[in-house]
Ligand binder design. Structure first.
Ligand code: CMC
Length: 431
């Protein structure tokens, strides 16, 4: 970060402080408040971290007003159009697009690690069949630290690298197995002659009685979903991974923490919540009723898949995802799928409604990814696991960046305490 030489003046009571201001390569300037408590004895208050930069990073940049998302400087629409998921993984992890030989080597390394330790299958069998796949993913990814001891030492760069490759390689296998277990079908092992997205589709949809031929349009759409979800700066789950990692926890434990955080409906769980909402709406004629509810201040209902904390004009990932959704729907058709018909009509009606335009609420990436995944035949419970496997590379890249940062220290926010002050314990008979 570049020191601008400028300072922000803070004065209260008798205290006068000059706080250094830094300029990032892109985005707003940042006021350094690290010495605030030591020098002035006060904290800052920022629930939800809406004005707080929690770290330095060189991985992802978002300009929410412009609708811009850059990975290592490259815009997401170009990456989604011209690149593919494993190349984007390389870019996020190592900072540059790979040369042809580097990409080949990276793909070979990931491909070599797609299988799970055979004994890990027992973990799946211990869960109830109706367990949510995100519950299984959180458990199984956490359990990886019990199986891959040779890559849990965070101080060894080689072990960090092996753990990273293992997770990128194995998360699709874990997600697919969680799905197979939930539908009572045998696990399908990975096939290393297939690309990353095709392999995942086959592990989900092949059965021993019948092979599964992957349609290239679906494989491309799947790869795009992975690419568009690969990283997203310091969002809730990424911050969770960083916070967990700041204590020195092993990488598998940190990624399991990220998966747990992603599950919430305001974050990665929105794609499932969105599809469930579309199913609840059921038919096109009921859309106005739900739009009215979303606008009603006294009703907590929100249109899931609309709005974003950072993007206040449009979500650039949604623009690409919409194109992909159109391609998939053209291939598979929506005529017989009422949920997809509701989705198309809801998008049209909400975009034409001034309430959503005024509040800058547009369909986000989860709205369109949910539509694609529904059309592909995934149950809604698999939507968030697919988000989790895509985001794993982002979490790992951010975790590696943090571990290598000499300024890294354990994350320890403070609070605005509003509780009782000191009082003496009262014996039970005197209360
Ligand atoms: N439907 C109806 N009204 C909404 C919606 C919505 N989806 N989202 C926000 N609003 C209204 C909200 O009621 C508020 O109105 P007012 O100013 O009158 O009180 C205003 O818009 C601002 O809302 P906010 O909650 O202050 O905005 P936020 O930036 O804190 O929330 C959000 C962002 C994504 C949590 C929210 O838009 C939301 O709950 N959306 C639905 C869930 C969803 O789709 N989440 C996925 C996000 S993208 C994937 C990811 O990155 O994880």
């Amino acid at each position: 970060m570049a020191d601008t030489g400028k300072t922000a003046k803070l004065s209260f009571g008798d205290t006068e402080l000059d706080l250094p201001i830094y300029s990032p390569t892109a985005g707003p300037d940042v006021i350094d408040i690290r010495r605030l408590y030591a020098d002035a004895g006060v904290f800052t208050y920022d629930p939800g971290f809406t004005s707080t930069a929690s770290c330095d990073s060189t991985i992802t940049f978002i300009d929410g007003n412009k609708g811009e998302l850059l990975h290592r400087g490259y815009p997401i629409d170009q990456l989604a159009e011209k690149s593919h998921f494993l190349e984007v993984c390389f870019l996020l992890l190592y900072g540059e697009l790979p040369k042809a030989a580097e990409l080949e080597d990276f793909e070979a390394r990931v491909t070599n690690h797609t299988m799970l330790h055979e004994q890990m299958m027992n973990f799946f069998r211990g869960f109830r069949r109706d367990a949510h796949p995100m519950a299984i993913m959180t458990g199984v990814v956490g359990a990886m630290s019990a199986f891959y001891h040779d890559s849990t030492d965070i101080n060894d760069p080689w072990q960090r690298e092996v753990a990273s490759i293992r997770m990128i390689a194995k998360l699709p296998t874990i997600a697919a197995m969680a799905y197979k277990y939930s539908v009572g079908q045998p696990f399908v092992y990975p096939r290393n002659d297939l690309d990353y997205a095709s392999n995942f589709l086959r592990m989900c949809f092949a059965v021993p009685a019948e092979d599964y031929i992957v349609d290239p349009i679906l494989s491309r759409a799947m790869d795009r979903i992975f690419t568009l979800h690969a990283d997203h700066e310091q969002n809730a789950s990424t911050s969770t991974v960083r916070l967990a990692g700041s204590s020195g926890a092993n990488p598998f434990a940190c990624i399991a923490a990220g998966i747990a955080c992603l599950w919430g409906p305001a974050h990665g769980g929105a794609n499932q919540a969105c599809l469930e909402m579309l199913q609840e709406i059921g038919t096109v004629d009921r859309i106005p009723e739900y739009i009215a509810r979303a606008k009603d201040k006294d009703d907590p209902f929100r249109l899931m898949g609309f709005g974003h904390r950072v993007y206040k004009n449009f979500d650039p990932r949604a623009t690409v995802m919409k194109k992909s959704a159109d391609e998939v729907l053209d291939l598979l058709g929506v005529e017989n799928n009422p949920t997809l018909q509701v989705a198309k009509e809801l998008e049209k009606e909400a975009l034409a409604d001034p309430y959503f335009a005024d509040k800058k609420l547009f369909p986000n990436v989860d709205f369109y990814s949910g539509i694609i995944l529904e059309a592909m035949g995934f149950p809604t419970s698999m939507f968030t696991p697919i988000f989790a496997l895509s985001r794993t590379v982002g979490w790992i890249s951010q975790w590696k960046e943090m571990i290598a940062d000499p300024q890294n220290k354990i994350g320890r926010p403070r609070q605005l305490y509003q509780g009782e002050t000191f009082r003496d314990y009262v014996d039970v008979e005197d209360r």
